[in-house]
Design a protein around this ligand. Structure first.
Ligand code: HPA
Length: 285
């Protein structure tokens, strides 16, 4: 049974976040996944707000997830973005609505584009560690959905179409940016599950038969909440490892963090390229 407090909690959080953002209008919200938190460090004029200081927001407990909002400018531009330096995962023992909460907060602040990122395992054997994969579609295998309960329906229609959850135009922009900079950007179907244990090789064979190219323990609940609010979504995974059993892989969390560190420059190039294109197209101005 989902408790009825979501709208009141969002109102409380909004008061604090609106004050934090002040007169700036972030062109997008960015969720930084495992190992990708350092992206926020290249922002200029940055201000930080700990999740601890946002009413009703849970604090990140996963390794390498700092647990703070960072508001800052893309270097050499006047474009502001709001980063989540660290995300919330279901395996941290929180509800699906808790995971989705910061995305609802972003939408409530008028942010209408979500760039969500993570580290993922490759099920598709043609992918390589260090590649990026833009998400074209997902399989929600978490067994959860943040729109369950009566309150999401009171905020907006809860029977959200998911056919075009990942924005075709943002994907195309990302592909152009990657091509321009000779960065390998794959496309694929992402399968999100609850974790925190990694998958078995048998599970990965099953996911492969279902058409999944990548797998990890985040993203899908955020994307459902973003689409609930009508946000445009771009999702991108860094392939941090081959999934269990693919080419004999037996992934662990240290491997996931190591790969991300070495791919940060390319990650920044793609994300900043998408943002520049959003601004060129008049978004968030
Ligand atoms: N499985 C699940 N989650 C992950 C993986 C994986 O292989 N890599 C990074 N996050």
């Amino acid at each position: 049974m989902v408790e009825e407090h979501l709208r009141a909690d969002l109102r409380d959080a909004h008061a604090v976040l609106a004050h934090f953002i002040g007169a700036h209008h972030p062109v997008c919200g960015i969720v930084l996944g495992s190992g990708l938190n350092p992206y926020a460090e290249h922002l200029v004029d940055a201000n930080v707000l700990s999740y601890r200081d946002v009413p009703h927001m849970h604090v990140s407990t996963a390794a390498g997830h700092k647990g703070q909002f960072v508001l800052g400018r893309i270097p050499l531009t006047s474009t502001w973005v709001l980063c989540m330096q660290g995300r919330l995962h279901g395996y941290e023992g929180i509800t699906s609505q808790d995971v989705a909460f910061p995305v609802w907060c972003m939408a409530q602040m008028g942010i209408d584009v979500l760039l969500t990122t993570n580290a993922a395992g490759a099920i598709n054997p043609s992918f390589h560690v260090g590649d990026f994969c833009a998400i074209t579609d997902h399989i929600n295998f978490t067994g959860r959905n943040p729109l369950v309960g009566s309150e999401p329906a009171q905020i907006r229609e809860r029977f959200v179409p998911m056919a075009h959850a990942y924005d075709a135009e943002l994907l195309s922009v990302a592909q152009q940016v990657a091509q321009r900079h000779a960065i390998t950007l794959r496309t694929g179907v992402y399968l999100g599950l609850g974790g925190p244990s990694f998958e078995t090789a048998a599970e990965i064979r099953m996911f492969s038969a279902w058409g999944a190219d990548t797998v990890a323990m985040s993203v899908v609940e955020e994307v459902i909440a973003a689409r609930h609010m009508g946000m445009r979504v771009f999702g991108m995974s860094l392939i941090s490892n081959m999934a269990c059993g693919v080419a004999g892989a037996d992934p662990n969390s240290a491997e996931v963090m190591e790969t991300a560190e070495s791919c940060l420059d390319s990650f920044t190039t793609i994300i900043d390229g998408i943002i520049q294109s959003l601004v060129a197209n008049g978004c968030g101005q």
